[in-house]
Write a new protein. Sequence first.
Lengths: 129, 717
Amino acid sequence: MSHSSRISDPSAAALDRAALDAIRALDEGGAAGLLRRVVQLYLESAPPLIAELRRAGAAGDATAVRNAAHSLKSSSANLGATRLAEMCKTIEHAARAGVLGGDLPSAEDIEREFEVLRPALEREAGRAA
Amino acid sequence: MKAPGARVSVALIVDDDPMMRLLIRQTLERVGFVCEEAANGNQALERFAAAQPDIVLLDVMMPELDGYETCSRLRAIPAGATLPVVMLTGLDDSESIDRAYEVGATDFISKPITWAVLGYRVRYLLRASHALRDVAKHQASLETAQRIAHLGSWEWNLQRNEVYWSPETFRILGLAPDAVTPSVDRFLAQVHPEDRAAAEQAVSDLVRTGGFSGRVVRMVRPDGSVRHVQLQGLGAFDARGTVNQLAGTIQDVTELKEAEQRIRHLAYYDGATGLPNRQFFTERLAQALALAKRHHGQIGVLALDLDQFKRINDTLGHTAGNELLAAVARRLSDAVRETDTLGRPESGSPVPADASDGMARLDGDEFSVLITDLAQYHDAAKVARRLLQELRKPFRIGSQEMFVTASIGLALYPLDGEDADTLLKNAGAAMHFAKEQGRDNYQFYSRAMNATALEKLSMESQLRKALERGEFLLNFQPKIMASSGQIVGLEALIRWRHPELGLVPPSQFIPVAEESGLIVPIGDWVLRSACLQNQAWRSAGYPPVHIAVNIASPHFRQGGLVASVAAALKESALEPALLEVELTESMLMQSVDTTLDTLFKLKDMGVRLAIDDFGTGYSSLSYLKRFPLDTLKIDRSFVKDLPRDAEDAAITRAIIAMAHSLKLAVVAEGVESAEQLAFLQQHGCDLVQGYLFSQPLGAEDFGALLAAQEKQSAAAG
C-alpha cells in the first residue's frame, strides 16, 4: 500500500469534523474558547514531536520514535486528524517491534500531512472563537 | 448532569499531554468535579496527599514513571488502596488493559476518548466505588456487631443446597473459613451427640414450616470445647408455597448459660460442701415422686445426722469442723455414687443435675440421700449400712485423726408418705429414733420395716450358723406309678429346725439364702445328704428308687453344680441313675448355651434330669427338644382344680401328650384327691406325687414305707 498517494490529496477529509464538534460540545457556545486553546496546544506541540521523529529515526532510536509517534497519534486523534493519527499509529506499532524506516511513513510524510492540516485547523479554531 | 450536592468530588488527572488534561478537565468540570492535574507519575504521587482525590484518571504512556508503576505505588498508599483508579489505554491494546487490571486499576477508558460519555463513566465509577465502600463499611460494622454479640448469621439455598456462614458463625463453630465448606451436614456433625436429634428435628421443622426460634443446642468445637448456641431461622417461600431459601442466626449463649448456672448453683448448692442444698433436694425429690407415681416405683429418703458433731465443733473449732463436714460430704457422695440402686437424673430436668445428685446437705451436719428405683424396700437399708460403714473409717483433718459416726433414718415411698415434705419429716423422725437407739445405726420410719430388716439380717447369720450346727434335715415325698401305685421315686425336701424357732418353713429362709449366696453350700449339703440316704436304703436291701433334688438358680448358674453332683455321687457311691436333679424352666432358658453344656455333663455322668414346675414359666419348645431331659413335672397349680376346671384339664392333657411325644416321663405333683388321680390315670400320666399318697416323711418313716411295699410285693409275687 502506498501512503504517498493519499498524502498528496489535500482534501478536507483529512479532518474529521465530528471530533471537533465533540470538543465544541464540551464548551457551550464556545465561551471558554476551548477549541481554540486545544488547537493552539496541538499546533505548538506537533512540530517538536515531528522533529523528534526525524531525529530519532535518523539515530535508529526505536523507543524515542515510538513515544513521539504515540503522543502525536493521541492528540491528532482527539482533533479528528484521523489520517495523521493512522500514520503515527503505523509508525508507533512498527517501532514497538523495533522496525524503523523502509516502507513506513517518514517524518517528512508526517510533516507534509501536518502542513495540510494546519490551515484547516486554524480555520476551525477561528470559526469557533 | 448536575453537581452531586453538598460534597464536591475531586478528580486527579494524570497525563503528560496538556491537551488531554485540558479536555478531561473540561469534561469533568461540566459534571461537577474539581480537577487537579499532574503531568507525570511522580508528580501524581507528590500531589496525591494534598489533592485528596476521590478518583484518579491515569494515562498509561508517560515519561519517567509510567501509568502502571504509578498505579501500583498509589495502591501501596493507605489512602490509595481502595480509591477508584481509571487508566486511559489505547483501544487497540488488549495487553495494556490486562496490565492495567494487574496493577490494581479499577477500570479503563480507551482512547480516543468519547468526550460525551467520559463524564458519565467517571461519575458512575465513583458512585460504584462509594457504594462498595459503604457496603464494606456496613459489612465491617455488622461483623463487629456480630462479633460483640457472638451472633453469627447463615443462609441456606435449598434448591442448590448452598450454605453461607458469616465470619462469626465460623468463629462460634471454631472453624477456619478457608478450611471448611459450610453445609448443613457439617453443622449437624458438630452438634453435641445428645442434642443431635433435637437439632435434626429443628432443621426438618425449618424446612417444612419455614421457621423456628430460640432452640438452644450444644456444639462441640474441633478442640473439644462445648458451646451452647441458640438457633433461629426463617424461610422464604416461593410461588408454590414451598420454602426455597432459609436464613437465620446462631448465637453463642455459653456465657449466659454459665452465668445462669452460677446463679443456680448459688441457689441450689451448699457453698461449704459443694453438695446440693435442701431446696434442690426437695425439688429433685418431688420430681422423682412424680415419676415413681407414674411408674409405680418405690423411693427411699435417707436422713443422716452426724453423731455429736456439736461436740467436735466446740472442741476443734469451726474451721476444722467445716473441713470435717466437707470430708464427710465427699466420702458420702462417693459411697452413694457407687451404690447401684441410685437412679440417674434425666437430662433436661428443671433443676441442675450432677453426679452427686442423690446426695444433699440439708442443714449443719444433716445430710440426705434420695434413693430412686428402689427394687425392694430393704435395698434402702443396704445404702444406709454402706454409709455407716464408710463413716467408721477414720478422717484425717490436719494432723488429727478423727472418728465420726452417724444416725440414719429411712422413709419410704409409698409406704411412709406420698409427698416430699412428709417423707423428709418421717425420715428425720426415724433418724431421731436411731439416735435414741444409741447412735451409729439406722432405723426405718415404719416399725414393721425395722422388724423385717432385722429379721433378714439375723436370718442370714442364723442360716450361716445352721450349716455349721447341722440344723438342716431332709424330708422325703414318694412318687407313685399312676398305673400300679408302686413307689418308684421320691423327692428330697429341705427342712430347717432352729433350736429356738423350731421348724422354719422353706418359703421363709430360701429367699434369704438365695439373696445372700448361702444357697450354694446349702444346695451342696442337700445333694450330698440325699445321695447318702438313698445309698443307705440300697444298702439296707430296699428296691432301687430314684431320689429327686431341687436345684436353686444360683447353684445352677454359678457353674459349680456339676462338681457338686460328682462329689456327692462319689462320696455316697450311689448309682448315678438313682439321682434326679430338678431344674425349673426359667433356669434352663436363661442362657441356653451354658445350660446345654451343664445338662450334657450331668447326663454324661448318668444322672436323671427333670424339669420342675412345668407350665408356669416360659419355655421354648425347640430348646426343650434339645435338652437331654428325662422327666417333666406338671406344676401343682394345673393339678389343683382337676378335673372340674376345663382349661386346666386341657392344659394338663396337652402337657402329657407333648411330654410323651418328646419321650419324657410325666409327673404330676400336688395330687390330693381320687378324682385328680383318676383324671391323670385316664390321660396316661406316668407318676403322681401328693398328700393323697403321703405327706413328706422323715428318713425312718420313708424307710418303713419302702419296707412295707417290699413285703407286699413279695407276698403278691
